[in-house]
Write a protein that binds this ligand. Structure first.
Ligand code: MN
Length: 270
């Protein structure tokens, strides 16, 4: 059995199928992990979501900001943006079925000595704290009495720095932002949402989240930051978003032998 961890397909289903063929994926035997952003920007969000959902317990997916954006539209009353490409999902007969499946997915997964998240883990938290905070928001998204309000109020950049004293929606929003949107942060744990480029040109006082000394010893698998192209300079900070939807690569990381497999992606019209 092999476990392949894949970053940010974003609706590029043909490339996902090509990557699975290249690694020799065996559906009945192997497991797939997805570091989030299954959908949006690419051409086949519905096919991608249906495929991952069909894998049941043989796939593990953590939620990304694009997956949450879809849920904010379906459940939170928000409108699609012009750049969204998941109209096929919104119009599908199984739209709600997919959305309810997605809201049951975790923000963080820990298994086989690895941790998987979409954007990253802030250095201000221990692994135990991160797990506790992930479970807090997952509970809110799963609870039939609270999920709609969560998706209505999920958006926003405030608060931008953690405090144990935060409660209610402010607390749930910043936890969600750390797990699914974080790129740059300050030593105090404040997030910056203005910078989406590479490592150069960061605002003063802000650095990539993975450059701060962390108490977390387990390797961290993450996606989200396509401009990095997977390069963090650290063996145990494993970036998996290699810009498939921007015409670069879709990447699979094999947990058992730590090998990396990529397929090239031609430029796709969004
Ligand atoms: Mn993302």
């Amino acid at each position: 059995m092999s476990t392949y961890v894949i970053g940010d397909p974003q609706g590029c289903f043909a490339q996902l199928e090509a990557l699975l063929a290249k690694v020799g994926y065996r559906r009945a035997v192997d497991r797939l992990w997805f570091a989030g952003d299954l959908i949006n920007r690419g051409p086949e969000s519905l096919a991608t979501a249906r495929f991952v959902k069909s894998l049941g317990a043989s796939a593990v997916t953590v939620l990304g900001n694009h997956d949450l954006h879809f849920l904010a539209i379906v459940f939170g009353g928000h409108r699609p943006m012009a750049s969204d490409t998941f109209a096929d999902m919104l119009e599908a007969p199984d739209c709600l079925e997919i959305a309810h499946w997605l809201r049951g997915l975790p923000l963080m997964h820990r298994e086989h000595g690895f941790v998987m998240v979409h954007a990253g883990l802030p250095h201000i938290w221990t692994l135990r704290q991160a797990e506790t905070h992930a479970r807090e928001v997952e509970s809110v998204m799963r609870d039939d009495g609270t999920y709609e309000n969560f998706f209505r109020q999920m958006y926003g950049n405030s608060p931008s720095v953690w405090s144990d004293a935060l409660d209610g929606m402010d607390r749930h929003r910043i936890i969600t932002n750390y797990f699914t949107r974080m790129r740059l942060m300050s030593s105090a744990g404040e997030m910056d949402f203005s910078h989406k480029g590479g490592l150069e040109g960061a605002p003063a006082g802000f650095r990539p989240w993975f450059e701060f000394p962390s108490r977390i010893r387990e390797p961290i698998l993450f996606g989200h930051w396509a401009a990095l192209d997977g390069a963090t300079g650290k063996r145990d900070m494993i970036g998996l978003d290699t810009g498939c939807v921007w015409g670069r690569h879709l990447t699979a990381y094999c947990l058992e032998d730590r090998s990396i497999t990529r397929v090239g992606c031609t430029e796709l019209a969004a």
